[in-house]
Design a protein around this ligand. Structure first.
Ligand SMILES: Cc1ncc(COP(=O)(O)O)c(C=O)c1O
Length: 487
């Protein structure tokens, strides 16, 4: 015991922690069992936002008498149930239990992963995950990588590197030269974070040059030459092409070799947003979808999507690891001694964030406990199931498919004959609204070429063909009801 006792109450009671921790794990295990079994429970217990805020309001902070157990149950009851087989909506995944448990541990340890001293285990594990991914991608020696909180931050990190490397002055120090506007070629179907990142960089919308897509929503690489020429005529300078593996709305993979050929020809930075679809690196059957990935200067992979770990957890890989040190030229003498600047184990020199949670430990745990074999089966089964659902849709004359799926994302809609686009859009919006509010499924919607589609991400390992048939029947029933109401 220290000589001078702290005057404030000590908030750490190991006995309480143990007791409440056991109750918590029991409660979560029961919950997991219920959710996975597809028990009768609304996938999203729908509440009006204001009412829910009111429900969680309290008079004074710190005086609550509610037991932890009861509090946790109320959180669970009002949450969306990601482990439920009818959760087929967004790309946020059902975390693997081992990763949730390890994250429980890292949360208490709270080792901030900015510099080695503050998170030694994290940095050691991060290095091993980076090495694993580097060889999975097929990068030559010299690659490196870092973790960020989310794909948006990961894409921004890579795009900043592109800007620093491919402009011939020090844009980080001097800012953007008025005359020479650095521009990114980005597909019309790329995730919205990519265009937004360019604006965050202060380059404005004029630095985002949209590449049209073909009828399968794949980037039209045949237009890259023309778009570059047009941009140059306007005094712009293309520095990078961003490809999607795969895109968010339809899950379509861009042709990476075509993008790489163009980038190599003009010495441009090739970035691949693989936040969703880069998990195919684990799949013997679908790996070909990212043929050419080893030619990319940078790649983003979200572990919290197809690698089943808790959000947020993103890895940014650089073909030439040295490039990642050029992105941010910060001076923080209290953190980095001069001689330590370019060392892999102080990741804060290379990310937007300073303090980070122990993302490397969580990713490492996923690979350690599930690994290649599990992911190989998981990716194949989800992609295969999505193709099976596509076939069901194609075989039903009342349904329409936006495009043949290439991943576990699929867009379809109720498309009765004899109704105009506006009416069909309205019917499909209503279908989704009914479905999520009744809690039978959780699905999302996407707009493509002016049409509203029902969009699924078949990400949960327990979702089955029967679940999808049930969804299809529900869509058809609600669609028919929608038609009757229009009459
Ligand atoms: C292709 C793609 N890139 C980037 C992102 C953004 O990732 P995050 O939500 O982790 O920031 C998403 C999110 O859905 C995505 O689908």
């Amino acid at each position: 015991m220290s000589k001078t006792q702290s005057k404030i109450p000590v908030p750490f009671n190991p006995d309480d922690f143990r007791k409440e921790g056991h109750i918590l794990v029991d409660t979560l295990s029961d919950y997991l069992e219920d959710a996975l079994s597809g028990k009768e429970m609304p996938v999203l217990p729908w509440n009006d936002p204001d009412q829910l805020a009111e429900y969680f309001s309290f008079d004074s902070f710190g005086c609550e008498k509610e037991s932890m157990d009861h509090f946790i149950k109320r959180i669970i009851e009002n949450s969306i149930h990601i482990h439920h087989p009818h959760y087929i909506g967004h790309q946020v995944t059902s975390p693997l239990p081992a990763t949730a448990l390890v994250q429980f541990c890292t949360t208490l340890l709270n080792n901030g992963a900015a510099i080695y001293e503050m998170g030694p285990v994290n940095m050691a594990m991060e290095k091993n995950v980076v090495n694993w991914f580097g060889s999975a991608i097929g990068y030559p020696k010299g690659f490196d990588g870092i973790f960020t909180h989310g794909g948006t931050a990961g894409n921004l990190t890579a795009m900043l590197a592109a800007r620093q490397v491919k402009t011939d002055y020090n844009i980080w120090e001097d800012g953007v030269k008025e005359k020479e506007r650095p521009c990114y070629l980005i597909s019309e179907q790329a995730h919205y974070s990519l265009g937004r990142n360019v604006k965050i960089m202060g380059l404005g919308n004029k630095s985002v040059i949209r590449v049209p897509v073909d009828k399968c929503f794949r980037m039209r690489t045949d237009l890259l030459e023309m778009l570059k020429k047009e941009a140059e005529q306007e005094g712009k300078r293309i520095i990078s092409v961003v490809a999607s593996s795969c895109s968010t709305a339809t899950g379509t993979y861009d042709d990476l070799n075509a993008v790489a050929d163009f980038c190599e020809k003009y010495d441009l930075w090739m970035h691949v947003d693989g936040a969703h679809g880069m998990g195919v690196l684990f799949s013997d059957k679908y790996k070909y979808r990212v043929n050419g990935i080893e030619r990319a200067d940078s790649v983003v992979i979200d572990f919290h999507k197809m690698l089943l770990v808790p959000a947020l957890n993103t890895l940014v890989m650089f073909k030439n690891g040295e490039r990642s040190y050029e992105t941010f030229a910060q001076k923080a003498s209290y953190l980095f001694q001069k001689s330590q600047k370019n060392v892999w184990y102080n990741s804060a020199t290379r990310t937007i964030e300073c303090t980070k949670s122990a993302l490397g430990i969580i990713a490492y745990s996923a690979l350690k406990y599930y690994g290649n074999d599990y992911y190989n089966q998981y990716i194949d089964s989800r992609y295969d199931l999505t193709s099976i659902f596509a076939r069901l849709v194609r075989n039903n004359s009342q349904l329409e498919l936006a495009t043949e799926p290439e991943s576990n994302i699929i867009c379809f809609r109720f498309a009765p004959e004899g109704f105009d686009v506006t009416k069909v859009n309205q019917i499909n919006s209503n279908i989704r609204d009914r479905i999520i509010k009744e809690g039978s499924f959780y699905i999302v919607q996407a707009e493509l070429n002016g049409k509203i589609w029902l969009r699924l991400t078949i990400i949960n390992p327990v979702t089955s063909e029967d679940d999808l048939k049930d969804l299809m029947n529900r869509v058809l029933t609600l669609g028919q009801e929608g038609i009757r109401k229009m009459d």
